[in-house]
Design a protein around this ligand. Structure first.
Ligand SMILES: Cc1cc2nc3c(=O)[nH]c(=O)nc-3n(C[C@H](O)[C@H](O)[C@H](O)COP(=O)(O)OP(=O)(O)OC[C@H]3O[C@@H](n4cnc5c(N)ncnc54)[C@H](O)[C@@H]3O)c2cc1C
Length: 385
């Protein structure tokens, strides 16, 4: 087809999946939409917490990206090696592809190796295989100390470590070992979910205290001793554990560094309303971007941002192709469910780009939010495939 534009989307996670769907639906045969991911499957990460407790099976929380072909989206299952902005090329292991538009949604890379002893000592809550291993081993724990450690900032889904603690607390109570086990959270943060403001942080800290879950703020992990089962923090403190669950350090994807597209931490700078990079017809969305809230702190990394940013980018490209002004802007609205265990969840919502501070509210834990979280999981894996 003459004049057909090629739109390449890098990453088939949250942002990439939404962008590909929205673009193909609205442009039909006017565009060739190609999505590239090294993973053959799209994985719905929020369900890792239920997977950890055997409440989900792996095959129910992922879908093959090749299914997108039935929507007219081309899928290439290869690792992206380089982005050549000068010649408008994306290079994978086996091919070079030319684009008219490029959307980068490569997420954050996990780097547990950055902390000595970490990988050997515990379970990575953010890796599917590791969560499966944790699920299989959890039954062996009948007493002792569980440490949930946020190893460094930033990390995606600021709610996840707290959700893991609440769900494990429920799990231990149900198994009748609640009084023989102790759960402690260690984090460099000053309060839970600090980007959402101190009221939300204090509310979550109150629920932690009520459940007797230890909260250790301003604890930046230095190293772990696998033999002694000992955590060492930058402030000199140490603590022991019987079971360690960790959130590893995050970094920008290597392909972004290798292509010279990132800042010093390999995150990509964008206009936070339009998601435009400094390069012509290249957009970046989701966890891979460097964006800040009014305080100057990074905006949290979470799927909800990737989702809304994807919609803005897709809409603006569609408008541009129609000869209309590309005037859609992302305003910073976001929301998130926070599982608190015992069939309940809280719901936080509001605007993260509000000035002088984010305007976020939280609905108290209730069954309705827990059921909404489940419904959203089902909707997500149905809607985009
Ligand atoms: C346990 C857990 C719970 C979570 N819960 C929530 C929640 O409740 N709400 C919420 O909003 N967010 C949640 N998140 C965060 C959310 O999953 C991420 O923020 C979101 O997926 C980011 O979307 P993205 O498109 O930027 O990146 P991703 O979804 O991470 O997608 C990036 C994709 O790029 C691919 N990729 C990377 N490098 C390459 C390469 N070189 N070549 C080819 N492919 C590559 C990856 O395979 C991946 O598929 C949770 C995360 C975890 C781990």
């Amino acid at each position: 087809m003459t004049n057909q534009k090629t739109i390449i989307i890098l990453g088939g996670g949250t942002g990439g999946l939404v962008t590909a769907n929205e673009l193909k639906k609205k442009t039909g045969r006017k565009t060739r939409v190609i999505l590239i991911d090294k993973n053959p499957n799209h994985i719905y990460a929020p369900s890792f917490l239920w997977l950890m407790l055997g409440k989900r099976q792996t095959e129910k929380i992922q879908k093959p990206l090749s299914l997108l072909i039935r929507k007219g989206i081309e899928f290439i299952n290869e690792e992206i090696i380089k982005i050549d902005t000068e010649n408008k090329l994306v290079k994978t292991q086996n091919q070079s592809l030319r684009y008219d538009y490029l959307i980068i949604s490569l997420g954050a890379e996990l780097a547990p190796e950055k902390i000595p002893g970490l990988t050997q000592s515990g379970y990575n809550l953010y890796e599917l295989k590791e969560v499966e291993r944790l699920r299989d081993d959890l039954g062996n724990l009948s007493r002792g100390k569980v440490a949930i450690v946020v190893s460094s900032l930033p990390f995606k889904c600021p709610a996840a470590p707290y959700e893991a603690a609440f769900l494990l607390n429920e799990h231990f109570q149900e198994r009748g070992i609640g009084d023989k086990t102790e759960i402690n959270i260690y984090t460099p943060e000053t309060l839970p979910l600090p980007a959402a403001g101190s009221d939300i942080g204090k509310a979550v800290a109150k629920i932690l205290a009520k459940r007797k879950i230890g909260f250790n703020p301003e604890a930046k992990l230095n190293s772990v001793n696998p033999e002694k089962k000992e955590l060492k923090f930058e402030n000199g403190k140490t603590d022991n554990f019987d079971l360690l669950i960790f959130i590893p350090p995050h970094q920008g994807p290597k392909v972004i560094t290798n292509s010279g597209l990132g800042n010093e931490a390999s995150w990509i700078s964008v206009d936070k309303e339009t998601l435009k990079t400094k390069y012509d017809k290249i957009f970046a969305i989701g966890d891979v971007i460097a964006s800040t809230i009014a305080s100057g702190k990074p905006r949290p990394k979470a799927g909800v941002f990737a989702h809304y940013e994807a919609k803005v980018v897709a809409e603006n490209i569609v408008r541009e192709l129609q000869g209309l002004p590309a005037n859609k802007k992302y305003n910073g609205n976001a929301s998130c469910f926070l599982e608190t265990g015992f069939g309940k969840a809280a719901f936080a919502y509001g605007n993260f780009y509000n000035t002088p501070a984010p305007a976020i509210k939280m609905k108290c834990p209730g069954r309705i939010w827990h059921w909404n979280k489940i419904l959203f999981e089902k909707y997500w894996l149905w809607k985009w495939f």
